[in-house]
Design a protein around this ligand. Structure first.
Ligand SMILES: Cc1ncc(C[n+]2csc(CCOP(=O)(O)OP(=O)(O)O)c2C)c(N)n1
Ligand SMILES: [Mg+2]
Length: 883
């Protein structure tokens, strides 16, 4: 259809009428009424067949208009000076570290872009821990750490030596670690964040854990907040955005995300052909978050005020990020021509601005007043988490040395000219003579800057970040909880069932019961833990708003505001984040909660390995219960479910203690000792314990084995005439016991059977002993050597895990170890077939004993061939590792 001029004019008139009506309504009746009417109009239009296109986006301008911007509560000029000093020191520590050692690394540009976002927080929002307030929890962006150190230096918490030894903590003391690591700086850093994506997801679950602690009455409610600062590139990590809906569902209004949208990551733009702020707005709004965009700084305000026809906002919305980056590095002419030059009206809008004014049209994330407004609004928002999307420039202030350049992320050095420019731009009182040595600068103690800085922090309750560990050790639970398993059970039961019983009793313990935090990722029924639903309830902040379908069942799905179980749904990454929140509560909240996170062992370390490493760094405590463990013990589920290497991966985390118990009494003793070591003696370790679903008879505990269980092995069954030593672990120990009986009854060979409860303990002990021997001539022997050196015959080890575990001990055992294990992909078959396939069943163990004896001339070779037939050992069978 053709549009005539008069048609266009009447359309314009109509539009103007509507706009005038909107203005009037807004003025007389306010924004809520406008919202109502627009909503009603939308519904009516929809009813009449007008299909409005879906958009999760708002225009590319600030969410909060100038009219709603509160007065800034601080001294802007003073804060700018302080921030400039921090900028300088942050840059200086990186430059100096790299002069001392080329290639030592460090980042200059990220902090320079996030500085205002941090400083507004430090001066006005982040509260320290005091007598009656637990302190806000701030997840600082990992690689912006130089800025956090530089501030701590001004605050007097760190010295020149600290800064000098940035990334040189082994050179000299005191030193500073590259990134936030509570393991390395336990009084300073609270949260490891530098593995991108883990900060955001752990922050979400931490914010939820605070509500859990409060709803369960474990601490009194406060308005403590969790802040998470992340990079825009970091949001590409699935973990960063993977738990957004949980935060909205749980109405986490104690949580604020701040995404530093400098439009760049390491190699180049995050979304060069698109707009990261708009992408993130849609994702967060779609998930139910309150989104505050801080796109433009104050110098744009007068232009936007004059933008009656929306041309400028439209232009802002159509330019892509790669192009915005280009404007940063180009001169004013380029910006005039390419940004404003698309429309004469836009050019006219800025004709009164000088070139330097054009270049100083800054982005919102560098404007303290806009940032303050956003933070304040976030704090006032109820019932929803808030994300602040702040637009900034990467390498802000570095000028030609790196501002907005694609290489800026990796910049670690600055020449003298760049240093002078930087110094002059930020007004740092360092002379030309001194500049080349890049000195750190701290004003005199009584200077106005230092007084202001101290006063602001004092009024906010002290230093952030600070990690403190003031809490009361727990009272050991009653012995009888664990002792009941000493007697064993003739009724076949699995170690999973035993664990559920121990857990249930711990939950009922009058002392530590309330501190126990059971966590499951939608597998409670798989592990037979559903009885706990009723016993302690599933945590739900809003209680149970529906009548559960199984309400008349004894074990119904009971959700409750004070429920104790964290039922996380199908998210191992989320459930593990809850584990970290609970396991670090002793430090972050002064509460010694004891998490038991029970999961499909296969979806443990190999799925969330980086989070498990983070738990170690965080000095997290607690129990990881790897259920349905063992490559041949979990029957039927097949290749993706059968875990034969969780215990190998457990070797990689230094402060993780790992056990593979076979029997009920072993499991009970290990858990009891874990509670003592972590929660009474304050060892900063955590546990991984395998749980099996194979039902077998549980023997009574032999005399005097408790110490051996904990050390990693003990003699379970002995014979005076033993000719060989069989080591069994976990669910394969009963196979070893069967093999011993078979050997004795059919072949007249007697053996000792040992239970190896922890290869990790044995391996660490051997490595430590060897090191002592080599470095210090210490003659002490490794525990496994002590156990086996007086024994007779070959040593055969069988477990449901990779052979690597026993073979790595070979050198410490006289005669070495012959290992049977489950290297290779699993199969969906029954246990018997699986154990035959992987050659870890009683027959395979017995044959291996005979064969190793035959090799030493201690068993007749002809008899061995006969045994081969009797035991069904097929010499043509391929090695399962390649099958
Ligand atoms: C999981 C992970 N992958 C890669 C890196 C290496 N890395 C460090 S910083 C960085 C770029 C970060 O970009 P962005 O998140 O946008 O932060 P900015 O520095 O721009 O603020 C990368 C890739 C990392 N630290 N973690
Ligand atoms: Mg970035």
């Amino acid at each position: 259809m053709e549009t005539t001029n008069s048609n266009t004019e009447s359309v314009d008139f109509e539009k103007q009428d509507w706009l005038d009506a909107l203005d009037e309504l807004l003025e007389t009746e306010g924004a809520d009424r406008v919202k109502d009417i627009l909503h009603d109009l939308q519904v009516e239009a929809h009813r009449k067949g007008v299909r409005l296109p879906f958009s999760a986006n708002t225009p590319y301008i600030n969410t909060i208009p100038l009219a709603e911007q509160p007065a800034y509560p601080g001294d802007r000029e003073m804060e700018r000076r302080i921030k400039s000093l921090i900028r300088w020191n942050a840059m200086a520590m990186v430059v100096r570290a790299n002069r001392e050692e080329d290639g030592i690394g460090g980042h200059i540009s990220s902090y320079q872009s996030i500085a205002t976002l941090y400083e507004v927080g430090f001066n006005h929002f982040f509260r320290g821990r005091t007598e009656d307030f637990p302190g806000d929890l701030v997840y600082f962006q990992g690689h912006s750490s130089p800025g956090v150190y530089a501030r701590a230096y001004l605050e007097g918490r760190l010295t020149d030596d600290h800064l000098k030894n940035f990334r040189h903590e082994l050179h000299d003391t005191p030193g500073l670690s590259s990134y936030p690591h509570p393991w390395l700086m336990p009084d300073f850093w609270q949260f490891p964040t530098v593995s991108m994506g883990l900060g955001p997801i752990t922050a979400i679950y931490h914010a939820r854990y605070i509500k859990y602690l409060e709803d369960r009455g474990l601490r009194k409610p406060t308005d403590q907040r969790v802040w998470a600062f992340l990079g825009d590139g970091e949001t590409d990590e699935p973990e960063s955005l993977g738990a957004l809906k949980l935060a909205a569902r749980e109405k986490l209004d104690n949580l604020t995300f701040v995404v530093n949208c400098n439009l760049q990551r390491l190699d180049g733009p995050v979304s060069g052909n698109g707009k990261i702020i708009q992408e993130l707005e849609a994702a967060f709004r779609g998930a139910g978050w309150n989104v505050i965009k801080v796109v433009w700084g104050d110098s744009w305000d007068p232009l936007l005020e004059k933008d009656h026809d929306g041309l400028l906002a439209k232009r802002m919305g159509e330019v892509v990020d790669g192009q915005y980056q280009k404007y940063t590095v180009e001169d004013a002419d380029y910006v005039r021509e390419h940004f404003f030059g698309t429309d004469p009206k836009l050019l006219k809008l800025v004709e009164h601005l000088s070139d330097s004014e054009i270049k100083r049209l800054r982005r919102g994330g560098h404007d303290p007043a806009k940032v303050y407004t956003a933070y304040k609004t976030a704090l006032e928002t109820k019932g929803q988490p808030t994300v602040i999307l702040a637009k900034t420039v990467k390498g802000y202030g570095l000028g030609t040395a790196g501002e907005g350049q694609n290489i800026t992320h990796s910049q670690k050095k600055m020449g003298e000219v760049s240093l002078r420019e930087f110094r002059t731009r930020f007004g740092i009182p360092i002379s030309d003579e001194e500049i080349d040595s890049v000195p750190f600068y701290r004003p005199a103690d009584n200077s106005p800057e230092m007084q202001y800085l101290r006063q602001r922090r004092a009024s906010l309750g002290g230093h952030v970040p600070t990690r403190r560990t003031e809490y009361t050790p727990v009272e050991m639970p009653a012995d009888k909880i664990f002792q009941e398993f000493d007697a064993g059970s003739e009724r076949p039961v699995s170690t999973t069932m035993v664990f559920v019983r121990v857990l249930s009793k711990l939950l009922s313990d009058p002392g530590i019961g309330k501190l126990i935090v059971p966590i499951v990722p939608d597998e409670a029924r798989t592990f037979g833990m559903d009885a706990l639903f009723r016993q302690v309830g599933i945590y739900a902040h809003s209680g149970q708003l529906y009548e559960p379908v199984d309400a008349d069942n004894l074990l119904y799905y009971k959700e409750a505001k004070d429920g104790q179980i964290l039922e996380e749904g199908i998210t191992e990454a989320g459930a593990f984040s809850s584990f970290v929140a609970a396991g670090t509560a002793y430090a972050n909240h002064g509460i010694n909660t004891i998490p038991f996170y029970t999961y499909y062992s296969m979806f443990g370390f190999q799925r969330i390995g980086d989070s498990a490493w983070l738990a170690g760094d965080s000095r997290c405590k607690g129990f990881l219960m790897g259920a349905t463990a063992g490559r041949t013990t979990l029957a039927g589920e097949g290749l993706q479910h059968q875990d034969g290497h969780g215990l190998v991966l457990a070797l990689t985390i230094p402060n993780l203690v790992a056990y593979d118990p076979a029997y009920a009494y072993e499991l009970a003793i290990i858990i009891k000792d874990g509670i003592r070591r972590m929660y009474v003696d304050d060892e900063q370790i955590f546990y991984y314990i395998t749980l099996m679903n194979d039902n077998y008879e549980q023997p009574p505990m032999p005399e005097g084995v408790a110490e051996g269980i904990l050390k990693g092995m003990y003699k379970f069954q002995s014979s005076d005439k033993a000719q060989a030593q069989i080591l069994g672990s976990g669910a394969i120990l009963p196979e070893a016991v069967k093999a011993a009986a078979l050997l004795k009854e059919t072949y007249g060979i007697e053996t000792n059977v040992w239970s190896v409860t922890s290869y990790k303990n044995l391996i660490n002990d051997v490595l430590d002993t060897e090191r002592e021997q080599v470095r210090n001539g210490n003659e002490a022997k490794a525990y496994i050597t002590e156990c086996l050196e007086g024994e007779t015959g070959p040593v055969i080890a069988a477990s449901d895990y990779m052979k690597l575990l026993p073979t790595s001990l070979s050198a410490a055992v006289p005669g070495g170890i012959t290992a049977l294990g489950t290297d290779g992909f699993g199969r969906s078959d029954g246990r018997r077939a699986l154990r035959k396939h992987f050659e870890v069943d009683a027959h395979a163990i017995a044959f291996t004993v005979l064969s190793t004896l035959a090799a030493k001339g201690e068993f007749d070779k002809k008899k061995l061939e006969k045994a081969r037939k009797e035991l069904g050992i097929d010499s043509a069978k391929p090695n399962p590792v390649g099958e």
